[in-house]
Every structure is written in structure tokens, then in C-alpha cells.
Design a protein around this ligand. Structure first.
Ligand SMILES: Nc1ncnc2c1ncn2[C@@H]1O[C@H](COP(=O)(O)OP(=O)(O)OP(=O)(O)O)[C@@H](O)[C@H]1O
Length: 228
């Protein structure tokens, strides 16, 4: 039987900001293809963990391997390359450029990864169901549609791991469901691993597994109940 490959492996991973220990020594493994939900109160260390996994921040102690890369051993350039090649990120705030169309917003992300390619960007927008809204600016799209542009932008480089920080935090119930269904469908098709931070237990249930952080400590690790 094949052992599942671990996409994230941490050992005693720690992040302090001066006196504040945002993440206390954490041992965590995430197998390839898993959707891991991360819950916890405000300030419990969820974004800190996500930012470390995404190579956006550096640990103060411990080890962290993501897709085989030893993140502690990478310099700034190495981490930028790791982010470009391996990671897709979606935030609560969409960070779309207001005066650019949906297509141009995705192409701008490509510019930072590699070379803008209109056909590829169009393909990503079609994959998230926005093939008919390519020329619309963010202000002309609903909140759920804006988040779908962000998902198109995040999957354009075929990431091995998709990180989502409260991706549905600003959305109503129907748009939340649509975004989560899309993530589930894309994960099935593209086989990336998902780590999704949320305050909302209903959202966490869409994952395979949920970990709970409390004051920087992993206090619970359980199989999720399944999507409603
Ligand atoms: N750059 C920073 N400098 C100083 N302290 C920080 C920094 N980033 C996070 N912290 C602190 O680390 C702790 C964990 O923060 P983190 O953002 O990871 O929590 P969170 O669980 O994501 O919270 P929220 O749900 O409110 O986003 C908090 O006490 C926070 O104030």
C-alpha cells in the first residue's frame, strides 16, 4: 500500500513576535490532497501558521517542510521562488486592482509568476465559471464573483498547495457555498492540497480534517463532519 506523501511537515515549529509567541512549538503533518481546515479564536495563530506554510513569513524555531522544500533553509529569493512555483493564496480581502478587468487582474498575477498569457488567463477564469465576465472590472462583479477571480488568479500557476485565509469571510451564505463548491471541484480536478483558515464551523466542515488552535497551541485535531 502506498503511504500518503506529506505536503506539510512541521516539527516544533514556532513563531514569536518579541514577547508574543503567536505559534507555540507545533508538530503537524498534512498529506497530499487533503483539505485541512484551521479554526480558532481571533489571535490564536491561524494566519501565522498559514503565512509560514506559504513562505510569507519565517519561523523563529523548529522545522517546516512544504512540498519537500525546507523553508528555514531558503533565503528571500528562494522563498519567492517557492511561492511562485508551489503556492496559491486567497485572502478575505480580494486585493483586485479596481481599474483592471477580471482578465487583466489574472494576467497581472501571471506577470509576477512568469509571462502573461491571455489564453491561459481566460482558461483559468472559465474554470471558475467567469468565462462571460472577462471584461468586467471588480466593481461590476458580486463579492462571490470577485472571490472567484481571486481563485482563478491563485490557480494560474497550478499550485501544489492552495492556502485560503477566511476566503468566505465577506460573503453571504449563497456565495460562500458557491466558493466552497468551486474549491472542492478544483481540488478534485487539479489535485492540490488545501489549507483553509476560518472562524466558521460550517465552512470548516467542507474540509477532510479540522485542527483547532488556542493561544498558539494545537488543542484539537479531528476528521471533519463533511460538507453540508
Ligand atoms: N507582525 C506581527 N507583529 C506582532 N505581533 C503579531 C504579528 N502578527 C501576528 N501577531 C500576533 O500573533 C498572534 C497571532 O496572530 P494571528 O494573526 O496569527 O491570529 P489569527 O488566529 O489569525 O487571528 P484572526 O482570526 O483575528 O485573524 C496575535 O496575538 C497577534 O497580535
Amino acid at each position: 500500500m502506498n503511504e500518503a506523501r506529506m505536503i506539510v511537515e512541521t516539527s516544533q515549529l514556532t513563531r514569536s513576535y518579541g514577547e508574543i509567541v503567536a505559534l507555540k512549538p507545533l508538530d503537524l503533518t498534512v498529506p497530499e490532497g487533503e483539505w485541512l481546515s484551521v479554526m480558532g479564536h481571533s489571535g490564536s495563530g491561524k494566519s501565522t501558521l498559514l503565512n509560514l506554510i506559504g513562505g510569507l513569513d519565517r519561523a523563529t524555531a523548529g522545522t517546516l517542510r512544504v512540498c519537500g522544500a525546507d523553508l528555514a533553509g531558503l533565503d528571500e529569493n528562494g522563498r519567492a521562488r517557492f511561492r511562485r512555483e508551489t503556492v496559491g493564496i486567497i485572502f478575505q480581502q480580494h486585493h483586485l486592482v479596481p481599474h483592471l478587468t477580471a482578465l487583466e487582474n489574472v494576467m497581472m498575477a501571471q506577470y509576477f509568476h512568469s509571462v502573461p498569457d491571455g489564453a491561459e488567463a481566460r482558461g483559468a477564469l472559465e474554470r471558475v465559471g467567469l468565462g462571460r465576465r472577462l471584461r468586467n472590472r471588480p466593481g461590476e462583479l458580486s463579492g462571490g464573483e470577485q472571490q472567484r477571480v481571486c481563485i482563478a488568479r491563485a490557480i494560474i500557476n497550478s499550485p501544489r498547495i492552495l492556502l485560503a485565509d477566511e476566503p468566505t469571510g465577506n460573503l453571504d451564505h449563497a456565495s460562500t457555498r458557491m466558493v466552497l463548491e468551486l474549491l472542492r471541484e478544483l481540488r478534485g480536478a487539479e489535485r492540490f492540497t488545501v489549507v483553509l483558515v476560518t472562524h466558521n464551523p460550517e465552512v470548516a466542515r467542507w474540509g477532510d480534517r479540522t485542527i483547532h488552535l488556542d493561544d498558539g497551541v494545537l488543542v484539537r485535531d479531528e476528521r471533519s463532519g463533511g460538507a453540508p
